[in-house]
Write a protein that binds this ligand. Structure first.
Ligand code: SF4
Ligand code: SF4
Length: 476
């Protein structure tokens, strides 16, 4: 018999439906309880640090350049103070490949550590917006009661204050993103100039604010479940050796409520495990799932369920770690988390990739020089018997400071003269001038003599460029 193309979802099977949708497909609003415990405290401290970097980032300058600028419209990219130009596409592509490989290896080894601890969505949602909500509306049960309560002055006041704060914060977050895209100078211009001249910028300001307000006030965990590509692709990278937030089913099952008159030995003898089916782990989950069902796409590895369950285990006098960071293989074998050769190997690869990326970023020259023979010009014979070639030199300054340039012949005796004024390249600009190279016939190597020219600034060699000197074929 052929299977029907569609079938009714099995509402008892967690894999068959979303935990945040009811049988009519309507969204079930989540009221996660505020987590408490060492993991939550550690995440809070880390979030202060990350938030400080996130908001200060556009103002941090390295060698006069912003920490990060991703100006797609004007094709200006600055990463860790290093300016990337369209000419740097190769290095940028390699860095991107290294970055993607790094993410794959990191996820295979450490699961969604990024999502739970450092992703801006999680940090802003759980550590800023959610905390404001707890402060104004109280913990989960109070929020639920407020939502059910009829509209009165108290409810209106709480909702107004909360959404006003959410909107104000979304404005700050939106402007921070804009500063990463167009730079702080351009952003301040939009804010301080006549609005008539910046309609485009102001439109983006409003759109970003509304988008972040919608994200943090309404859309919330659905961004991780439905939109984030990293969340989707991690399921293809994780395997039974990856470190994930996992429920130790070997220790926990058969779950069953705790009876006060039942000592632990009796409980074990009755075939019951350590899980007392209290649902505390579900109550704190910001994505509304039950981690006891196994690793799930919705789990952002926020560790809230670890804190909740550890607290329960302490209360009932059982060891912590029924939910913990572990590999599924480790749980199967009843092992604690340990440094496996695979984990060491992946970490070494990660370190090597990070090193390669740092090397690519920090060994780039401050300038990019091209030296080409002037079009249509042949060699010239000078009155002293020397020969000269005319070249066009173009120097691109990738930094935010003015760079004076001197050129020297590196592989041969001869005279190199920059025509006109001294060559000084303004910040982030291209300068072009003519150069005359004069060589004695004694150093020429046939009709074409290879030249290496050093590009110097204040005595420091920035790079070398190669070119050729054309002379008469019979002058050797
Ligand atoms: S918090 Fe721990 S004991 Fe309670 S239901 Fe979850 S896994 Fe079981
Ligand atoms: S299952 Fe646990 S770690 Fe995963 S999202 Fe829910 S609370 Fe966070």
């Amino acid at each position: 018999m052929t299977q029907p193309a569609t079938r009714e979802p099995d509402w008892d099977d967690f894999r068959d439906h979303l935990s945040t949708a009811d049988q009519e497909g309507r969204r079930k609003w989540l009221y996660p309880r505020q987590p408490r415990g060492p993991f939550y405290r550690a995440r809070t401290w880390l979030s202060w640090f990350l938030l400080a970097i996130m908001f200060a980032g556009p103002f941090i300058r390295i060698n006069g350049n912003p920490l990060l600028l991703l100006n797609i419209v004007e094709r200006q990219f600055v990463i860790f103070g290093q300016v990337f130009w369209p000419q740097d596409m190769l290095i940028f592509a390699v860095a991107l490949l290294v970055f993607i490989t790094g993410i794959l290896v990191f996820t295979a080894a450490y699961g969604r550590l990024w999502c739970g601890w450092a992703c801006p969505q999680t940090v802003l949602m759980e550590m800023v917006f959610r905390k404001i909500e707890y402060f104004i509306e109280g913990d989960a049960h109070r929020q639920r009661a407020l939502a059910r309560a009829p509209w009165n002055a108290e409810k209106a006041l709480k909702k107004t204050v909360k959404h006003a704060l959410f909107f104000g914060l979304s404005f700050i977050v939106g402007n921070t993103l804009l500063a990463y895209l167009i730079g702080t100078e351009a952003l301040f211009k939009i804010i301080t100039d006549n609005p008539r001249y910046h309609l485009e910028g102001l439109t983006f300001m409003v759109l970003f604010t509304l988008a972040f307000y919608g994200l943090f006030a309404r859309f919330r965990e659905q961004a991780c479940t439905f939109i984030c590509p990293y969340g989707r692709f991690q399921s293809t990278v994780l395997d039974e050796n990856s470190i994930v937030v996992a429920y130790d089913y070997k220790r926990g099952e058969q779950r069953g409520h705790l009876r006060r008159d039942q000592p632990p030995e009796q409980r074990r003898a009755a075939g019951q495990g350590d899980c007392i089916d209290c649902h505390e782990c579900v109550a704190v989950c910001p994505t509304g799932i039950d981690i006891r069902n196994g690793t799930q796409m919705e789990c952002v590895h926020c560790t809230a369920c670890i804190d909740a369950c550890d607290h329960v285990m302490t209360r009932v006098g059982r060891p912590k770690g029924l939910i913990r960071y572990a590999s599924l293989d480790g749980i199967e074998r009843g092992e604690k988390l340990r440094l496996t050769p695979r984990l060491v190997g992946y970490s070494v690869i990660l370190l090597a990739l990070t090193g390669l990326m740092a090397f690519l970023l920090f060994t780039r020259s401050d300038v990019q020089t091209t030296l080409l023979r002037a079009q249509g010009a042949l060699f010239q014979k000078m009155p002293d018997g020397h020969f000269s070639n005319l070249y066009t030199v173009k120097v691109l300054n990738k930094t935010s400071r003015e760079i004076p340039i001197q050129l020297k012949l590196e592989n041969i005796e001869g005279d190199l003269q920059v025509m006109g004024k001294d060559l000084v390249v303004p910040p982030r600009k291209l300068a072009e001038t003519s150069v005359l190279i004069d060589l004695s016939p004694l150093v020429l190597k046939g009709g074409t003599t290879p030249l290496v020219v050093g590009v110097y600034s204040n005595g420091r060699r920035l790079e070398t460029v190669k070119t050729a000197f054309i002379g008469p074929r019979d002058d050797r």
